[in-house]
Design a protein around this ligand. Structure first.
Ligand code: HEC
Length: 184
């Protein structure tokens, strides 16, 4: 009896972890999301001055992959970013409903101002307005999750880890690895 309670608890944890909608603290999070959407994030009425063309999306993708991939992955969905879910709050999945429900203006506002005090930096003075608006166009047309692979910087790291595991002969599954606290 006890055992089955434990194992069904485990199954619950595993299935929650595998389900994007079931993030821990769902209620608290949805309240925060509501406040963000209605109050804190500005730019709701700003209109995107950049036409929604393939070229704009492509340019937006290039800027995105230059500045944002380190946290958001090449595809905006955190693919291959090892710390994305360990940040507090975790790095947002830009294809998620919460993010896609922002207006274009709000997305531009977020890029410009960042979200303090989270890890999302603001890019005022670093990116031009039209670069940010093009990124918004890219965020509206993100590729399938994982389709662009792992950012190069993490690819090397992943390979090094594999080598290390190989050398030490530890048949450790990636998912079971302890959170890394080293900085680089
Ligand atoms: C240092 C890591 C980091 C970088 C670099 C970064 N972001 Fe973020 N981003 C985050 C985190 C963390 C969040 C989640 C913030 C939250 O939920 O409060 C986030 C959230 C977002 C959101 C959603 C906001 C929300 O309310 O959920 C958008 C849109 C976004 N980032 C766009 C970008 C763009 C575009 C770039 C590049 C110009 C970028 N980010 C660069 C860490 C980063």
């Amino acid at each position: 009896m006890k055992l089955s309670a434990i194992s069904s608890g485990l199954i619950l944890v595993v299935s929650l972890a595998g389900c994007k909608a079931g993030k821990p603290g769902g209620l608290e999070r949805s309240v925060i999301t509501g406040i963000k959407h209605e109050v804190t994030i500005g730019g709701k009425d700003w209109k995107n001055p950049v036409a929604d063309t393939e070229e704009a999306q492509k340019e937006g993708a290039e800027h995105f992959q230059h500045h944002c991939q380190i946290c958001h992955g090449l595809d905006g969905q955190n693919s291959g970013v090892p710390f994305a879910l360990k940040m507090s709050p975790p790095v947002a999945d830009l294809a998620s409903k919460d993010v896609q429900e922002y207006s274009d203006g709000q997305l531009k506002w977020i890029i410009e101002n960042g979200i303090g005090p989270s890890g999302m930096p603001g890019w005022k003075g670093i990116l031009e307005d039209d670069e940010m608006w093009k990124m918004v166009r890219y965020i509206r047309h993100l590729p399938a999750k994982g389709s662009l692979g792992t950012p190069a910087v993490f690819k090397e790291e992943a390979e090094q880890h594999e080598e290390m595991e190989h050398e030490h002969g530890a048949p450790q599954k990636k998912d079971e690895a302890k959170p890394h606290t080293h900085s680089h």
